[in-house]
Design a protein. Structure first.
Length: 365
């Protein structure tokens, strides 16, 4: 298998879809006998073998992120492929490496930057300006790649609309189904003062402003259910304040250890995913792999990640009444949806993703 240098501006211990994906790909690439090096911003994380931290500083506009200097400490000898997971500083370092050593360049598109800038912009005028600038930057960066990987048809369409002309291929991130599977959640429930007779709905992931988790808080005040929210992020204090304001039955669990997530998903009757800006939605796939159906916003890649009437359903983003309706409908049809989720596990497994990724890399050599 090819040796790969992967460049990312976010990595462990930060918890998000990009870090989970990259860490999972590295693990399974190594298991298959290949070498996948990760170049990432230096933090408190203790690097493991073939992980190369780069000096970095805190990113001032989004808590929890770091900005690395555009350097590459990894050796270039015996590298076959350069794979960037960011269009910023370390992505530029990856492009430089590919050009200098005449290596194929692959770029993964994880984040629709233009849809995020509104959450850090003080005015609508600045937001529009930053959106146009980010689109121009992304298209310029991605058009230098020999191959672009996206996780949904929606993402592919978005890139074509902003002028990306490089070859684009659809590749699911893949879920480690040896970890994410239905498990007995009684111990998890007991630890949090809950029991299986309750209706339990939940979400886990980064508490970003763009994730619209407040819609889940509003739901908690409207239906007879316990809401579990795992994870952390810059919007957490606001969400806790909203929960207190609505006197909603919400438990904030904080960051859950990776090994506890299967029990978390298995404890839920439904997983709610209100984010309108996903390019795939890893946590939705993890929930499905654990047999728990998903009620997702009808925006972005979640329209593809969650198969309507099969592994869950979609509600009108921004509409509390639609979320209530779809949640109650899904609870009444939960038994069939759970069976469908179990049947869908092979399709979303990491094995299938690594097989395809290997073939794509080989096609460039």
């Amino acid at each position: 298998m090819p040796s790969v240098a992967s460049f990312s501006d976010t990595y462990l211990p930060t918890l998000n879809g990009v870090t989970y994906t990259l860490a999972t790909w590295k693990k399974w690439w190594d298991i298959r006998g290949g070498e996948m090096h990760v170049i990432y911003p230096k933090s408190k994380y203790d690097p493991q073998q073939k992980e190369w931290p780069v000096s970095s500083v805190p990113f001032p506009f989004y808590p929890g992120y770091r900005l690395a200097f555009p350097f590459n400490p990894a050796p270039h000898e015996n590298m076959d492929i350069v794979h960037t997971h960011t269009p910023f500083s370390l992505g530029l370092a990856g492009q430089k490496m590919a050009k200098k050593y005449n290596l194929p360049l692959v770029a993964s598109y994880h984040t629709p930057l233009s849809k995020y800038v509104g959450y850090i912009s003080p005015t609508a005028l600045i937001s529009r300006s930053l959106s146009k600038t980010s689109n121009r930057w992304e298209s310029r960066f991605l058009n230098r790649a020999d191959l672009i990987l996206v996780h949904s048809e929606n993402a592919l369409k978005d890139l074509r609309e902003i002028g990306v002309t490089s070859p684009i291929t659809l590749l699911k991130n893949g879920i480690d189904t040896s970890l994410f599977k239905p498990v007995n959640a009684e111990s998890f429930l007991t630890d949090h003062g809950l029991n299986s007779d309750q209706t339990i709905i939940g979400y886990t992931g980064r508490h970003g402003y763009e994730k619209n988790i407040h819609e889940l808080i509003q739901l908690a005040s409207s239906i007879d259910a316990t809401i579990l929210i795992g994870g952390d992020g810059p919007d957490r204090k606001n969400l806790e304040s909203q929960a207190n304001k609505f006197d909603a039955n919400v438990l904030f669990l904080g960051r859950l250890p990776r090994e506890d997530l299967p029990a978390f998903y298995s404890a839920l009757d439904l997983f709610i995913f209100p984010s309108p800006v996903e390019t795939q939605g890893i946590v939705a796939l993890e929930s499905i792999a654990c047999g728990t159906p998903v009620v997702a916003a009808n925006q972005g890649a979640l329209l593809e990640t969650v198969i309507e009437g099969v592994t869950g359903t979609h509600y009108q983003s921004g509409s509390p009444s639609s979320l209530i309706e779809k949640t109650l409908d899904s609870l009444s049809n939960r038994k069939n949806l759970c069976k469908n989720c179990i049947s869908h596990r092979d399709y979303i497994s990491i094995d299938a993703t690594i097989d395809q990724l290997s073939q794509l890399y080989q096609s460039l050599l």
